[in-house]
Write a protein that binds this ligand. Structure first.
Ligand code: AMP
Length: 483
């Protein structure tokens, strides 16, 4: 969406240092996106900012470029850690987003002597210490892990001049408010604060009241008007034909890169595994994968080593893949707003993209909710299911890949007997275990195993999530604020 007031803004007119402009040029950006054109001058003027911008709008550069400009006076090639105190703190809700933001900071700062690093949960905290000890001007962090480092005295936040809250709405959704409040008490009162959020809910406005001083508000795209450059379509597919349709789509179109969304970890793992069995290189990312597995899968996907990345919403949040042509919603998300986030993975920064949703009868209600949110109706096409080679040759039971109660109850291959290793934490699965069918593919009886790509990795015994920390308050000076 082009804003007429910002349509003619050039990077060269934004008072950015030539070394920053050089990095922008290296990236091939010709002009600022609307959020960049609006936000950069305000940030350079020292204003607190409340920006409504979703991923894909260029929001990361919108805060990083002026941040680098503001920190330019502190650029130093000195090796002394004392010359590199943390001057900017960027908080992100997930490790994936944190990693991605830090990559962008590195990209845009490659010609200036400012250092950055990223810290996030789920990996060894000790491994993150050396970079902190060397000193960095810009720290990207998930809130929980940041507090872990504070507690371990690995860093000081008393020289932070700029605080950036990225995807603030998601941070609140994930319960990070108490952590954010704790972090706030560790920062200097005199500072600039920038809040980026996909939505401006009442909670976000309240957060802004608490954290920001007299902020300017900028808006890149109206809520839910995202991804206008993404061609969206709906294919009506019987539940047990979804996998065949997906495999057929990938083959027929000769796709090299497709991001597939499922609702559950179990389905993500299974779809990836089935694609591999069909000769389509695939991997899954979801909450049960270790951090290394997720990074490895993501890198393999970005580098074109795998064709399909199958992801759950939580794992996919913040993904940024240049030129991603297609997103497939294997299952619609339970939350309509997540549909907007999902399709926002394609059609980024003005490129065109496509999103196809495979919808079965049980998902019609979810589809209606999405249509209501987007204020548009999607024409429904009927998908002709493709017979996969496995089905043609071995003719096993139709491939079951969803975890919905309806599917489990009605599908013979999913209606597993007591010997089946179901996800015992999943009441849906527990409640629907019925008699074992006569002929079925025993692969479905086994829990998900990492694919060959992930299997080579060192598997952690336990995935440590970067969960909000409640107990940290006791270690710090003030009792936790009520949120
Ligand atoms: P973001 O909204 O920060 O997740 O950025 C989405 C994508 O847009 C990233 O791949 C950026 O590299 C790209 N991008 C950011 N700014 C621009 C720009 N001015 N022109 C073209 N691409 C951009």
């Amino acid at each position: 969406m082009e804003d007429t007031a910002t349509a003619n803004v050039k990077f060269s007119s934004l008072s950015l240092d030539p070394q920053i402009l050089r990095a922008i040029e290296d990236e091939g950006y010709t002009e600022p996106t609307p959020i960049q054109a609006q936000a950069i001058p305000q940030i350079l003027a020292g204003r607190d900012l409340m920006a409504m911008a979703q991923t894909g709008t260029g929001k990361t550069a919108a805060f990083t470029l002026p941040l680098l400009q503001l920190l330019m006076p502190h650029a130093s090639s000195s090796a002394s850690p004392a010359r590199h105190p943390i001057r900017a703190l960027i908080l992100a809700p997930t490790r994936e987003l944190a990693i991605q933001v830090e990559k962008s900071v590195e990209t845009y700062s490659k010609h200036v002597a400012l250092r950055s690093t990223v810290v996030y949960g789920g990996t060894d905290i000790k491994a993150q210490k050396p970079a902190l000890m060397k000193g960095v001007e810009i720290l990207v962090a998930t809130p929980g892990r940041l507090l872990d480092h504070v507690e371990s005295r690995n860093l000081m936040l008393n020289q932070v001049q700029v605080l950036i809250l990225d995807e603030a709405d998601r941070m609140l959704d994930m319960g990070f408010m108490p952590d954010l409040k704790r972090i706030l008490t560790l920062l200097p009162k005199q500072r600039q604060t920038l809040l980026f959020s996909a939505t401006f809910s009442d909670e976000i406005k309240k957060l802004a009241q608490d954290f920001l001083v007299n902020p300017v508000t900028v808006e890149a795209a109206r809520r839910n008007a995202a991804a206008e450059n993404v061609k969206q379509s709906v294919l009506l597919v019987e539940h047990d034909k979804k996998f065949s349709v997906l495999a057929g789509l990938i083959r027929e179109r000769g796709l090299k890169q497709v991001l597939v969304f499922t609702r559950t970890k179990l389905t993500a793992g299974r779809v990836a595994k089935l694609l591999e069995r069909e000769g389509i290189l695939a991997d899954a990312i979801h909450g049960d994968k270790t951090q290394q597995e997720r990074i490895k899968a993501l890198d393999a996907f970005k580098e074109g080593k795998i064709t399909a990345l199958v992801a759950t919403d939580v794992a996919a949040r913040g993904l940024d893949i240049d030129q991603l042509p297609l997103v497939v919603n294997y299952e619609l998300p339970p939350n309509a707003e997540d549909y907007v986030h999902r399709i926002g993975r394609t059609g980024r920064a003005g490129a065109s993209g496509e999103a196809i949703s495979l919808v079965d009868g049980a998902e019609e209600r979810l589809l209606k909710e999405i249509e209501h949110l987007l204020k548009r109706e999607f024409p429904r096409e009927h998908a002709a299911a493709q017979a996969s080679p496995r089905e043609r040759t071995a003719a096993p039971a139709p491939v079951p890949v969803s975890d919905s109660p309806r599917a489990i109850a009605s599908h013979p291959a999913r209606a597993a007997g007591p010997d089946r290793q179901v996800n015992r934490a999943n009441p849906v699965e527990r409640g629907h275990r019925v008699k074992k069918p006569a002929a079925t593919d025993d692969w479905f009886m086994r829990p998900y195993e990492p694919s060959p790509v992930a299997a080579k990795l060192e598997v952690q015994s336990e995935v440590v999530q970067d969960k909000p920390k409640k107990q940290i308050a006791a270690l710090l000076s003030r009792p936790p604020d009520k949120s």
